[in-house]
Design a protein around this ligand. Structure first.
Ligand code: NDP
Length: 285
């Protein structure tokens, strides 16, 4: 992709992050800008922790339209923004910001992308959910599940402090019943669990990696979702499907996040099929 020399800064969005060797979101965005007839650009820029505040001030001064952020910038950006969405405030992380007049507004699309995909299969309201993991992706999903008014959340994590903090956030701040379960050996899902989500990085770039979950405890028809998108069919999803569960891969979450961010910046709903095709082309799947 070659940035047009005539593209004004107001029509450029920037991903600030650590080294990114080829970025799927950039690929999806550039395809959709072109398809929508917009002369917009999506740039990726590597910025270290020390200079990150200067980089954000530079983007603000020059009038850039918005951007995405990767860790650890998702948290470091909080004091550099003027306003936060409710979800971003609860998560304590921003992965997407936009300019509105002179203000920079922080959002978080990680969990929203997941929820939009989940809702295509099941309405999570009133459901009992098990969430494996308590890192950035899991936290974003937990907050959106809380906003969607699920009946109960169990956060399962091998590190107690992170898991407990996430369960507390959902129960205390969002008033949704939530508990923490320490992850030791194969986790046994409680009876009545409707949705199980792998929010860990187990399975990333490793189709043989096993999520320690006793699939025998899942009732047929249980929804099993994975945030891992590469490979799209993880071992967890394959084995869950073989046991009669309905599965959701991580590709839809990534596509939906890009769709939501596109809408936030441009005000236009992009063609999700173009996003999905671009992602599959990028990942060669
Ligand atoms: P973090 O590093 O913030 O969190 C990782 C989580 O995985 C922690 O809960 C960690 O547990 C757990 N974990 C890692 N390895 C193991 C293991 N061997 N056994 C048990 N638990 C483990 O990562 P992120 O939340 O940012 O990312 C997680 C995954 O989500 C990645 O694969 C990423 O690619 C994917 N992702 C997908 C997106 C999509 O659109 N599909 C969007 C964002 C992320 P502990 O706390 O004990 O260390």
């Amino acid at each position: 992709m070659h940035a047009s020399v005539t593209t004004p800064l107001q029509e450029i969005v920037v991903l600030l992050g650590q080294p990114v060797a080829g970025n799927p979101t950039q690929y999806m965005m550039e395809k959709c800008f072109a398809a929508a007839g917009l002369d917009w650009r999506y740039l990726t820029v590597e910025v270290g922790v020390d200079l990150f505040p200067d980089a954000m001030r530079g983007l603000r001064a020059m009038g850039f339209r918005g951007g995405n952020l990767t860790m650890p910038h998702k948290v470091a950006v909080l004091p550099l923004l003027d306003e936060l969405s409710e979800a971003a405030r609860l998560m304590g992380a921003v992965n997407c910001w936009k300019r509105e007049g002179d203000k920079l507004i922080g959002e978080n699309t990680d969990g929203k992308g997941f929820l939009e995909r989940l809702r295509e299969v099941i309405d999570p309201a009133g459901k009992k959910v098990v969430l494996l993991g308590a890192g950035g992706a899991a936290r974003a999903i937990a907050v959106e599940l809380g906003l969607a008014e699920i009946a109960h959340l169990t956060v399962v994590n091998r590190t107690a402090a992170r898991g407990e903090a996430l369960a507390r956030l959902v129960s205390d701040e969002m008033k949704i019943p939530a508990e923490f379960a320490l992850w030791e050996g194969d986790y046994r899902a409680p009876a009545g669990t409707a949705i199980v989500i792998n929010g860990t990085s187990i399975g990333l770039h490793d189709a043989s990696a096993r999520v320690p979950l006793d699939l025998g405890t899942l009732e047929p028809g249980t929804i099993v979702a994975d945030v891992v998108f590469n490979p799209p069919e993880t071992r967890l999803l394959r084995e869950a499907r073989e046991r009669g569960c309905k599965t959701i891969d991580g590709l839809g979450m990534l596509v939906n996040q890009a769709v939501i961010a596109f809408r936030i910046w441009t005000g236009i709903s992009p063609d999700a099929t173009i996003m999905r095709d671009a992602l599959e082309e990028f990942l060669s799947v």
